[in-house]
Design a protein around this ligand. Structure first.
Ligand SMILES: Cc1cc2nc3c(=O)[nH]c(=O)nc-3n(C[C@H](O)[C@H](O)[C@H](O)COP(=O)(O)O)c2cc1C
Length: 231
């Protein structure tokens, strides 16, 4: 399955077969996470693998009773380690980069899972404190997402996506491709100036020609009169 197929085939799966995930496949999924980009290549992601039923149940409860989670053969909890990003990038590192790094790693995992015929999901509606307690996380580590992985037992329809033309702007906020008016206005102004310049040139040339030809006509008229007046 190529990357584009994985992107399109990946769905948020909530029903899994009882079949366990092969160790080799888990390895490939974790390696895909490891290869994700990260701010300053700090790789502040950590992964906690859970197969134990009682732990899965605790996590499902921490996720505001999303009990379907405990039926997945495996959960991967993505945890952000915050020290290094804070040291390197301050508040922005801690409150943004650390989270973004974990999110891109999670996406890599989900795409890899899809490529291996597995289903996955991204769950981040949970109580931070409860999650920290379950995994004895220190103050410098924060759970970012729970990724259930397993063979899917459902084939959900693709949830509706907004069409591209409503999402993409050109060069400025809200400037849509369809906004030809702007383009026309720009070009309209250009053409107006061009026409104005050309007309002025024509008038100037015409004026000169008119003046010169008037003089010539006068000369010719005078010559005719001279000839007529001659005896
Ligand atoms: C940041 C984030 C948080 C999410 N949290 C949850 C969650 O707590 N529970 C859940 O069932 N799905 C969760 N999802 C999955 C979305 O509901 C799902 O991706 C969305 O409905 C689109 O469906 P699709 O992934 O099949 O395209 C989350 C997704 C993201 C990106």
């Amino acid at each position: 399955m190529d990357v584009f197929e994985c992107i399109h085939k990946r769905r948020a799966i909530k029903k899994f077969l009882k079949k366990p995930v092969e160790k080799e496949k888990l390895g490939i999924i974790l390696d895909a996470a490891r290869m994700a980009p990260s701010s300053g290549n700090l790789q502040n992601w950590r992964f906690i693998i859970i197969k134990d039923m009682s732990l899965k149940s605790q996590v499902a409860s921490a996720c505001y009773d999303q009990l379907w989670l405990q039926e997945a053969p495996m959960l991967i909890v993505v945890v952000a380690e915050l020290d290094k990003v804070r040291r390197f990038y301050g508040i922005r590192g801690e409150t943004l980069f650390a989270i973004q790094n974990c999110a891109v790693a999670a996406q890599n995992m989900m795409l890899a899972a899809t490529g291996l015929g597995l289903g996955s999901n991204f769950v981040s509606a949970f109580d931070d404190e409860v999650m920290s307690t379950i995994f004895s996380l220190p103050g410098n580590a924060k759970a970012q997402a729970v990724i259930p992985i397993g063979y899917p037992d459902e084939d959900p329809v693709v949830p509706i996506r907004y069409p591209l033309e409503t999402l993409v702007y050109f060069n400025a906020w809200k400037r849509r491709f369809e906004e030809l008016e702007h383009v026309l206005r720009e070009h309209g102004e250009y053409h107006r100036k061009f026409i104005e310049k050309t007309m002025n040139k024509v008038k100037e040339t015409h004026g000169k020609v008119e003046k010169e030809s008037k003089g010539l006509i006068e000369q010719i008229k005078k010559k005719i009169k001279d000839i007529q007046d001659k005896p």
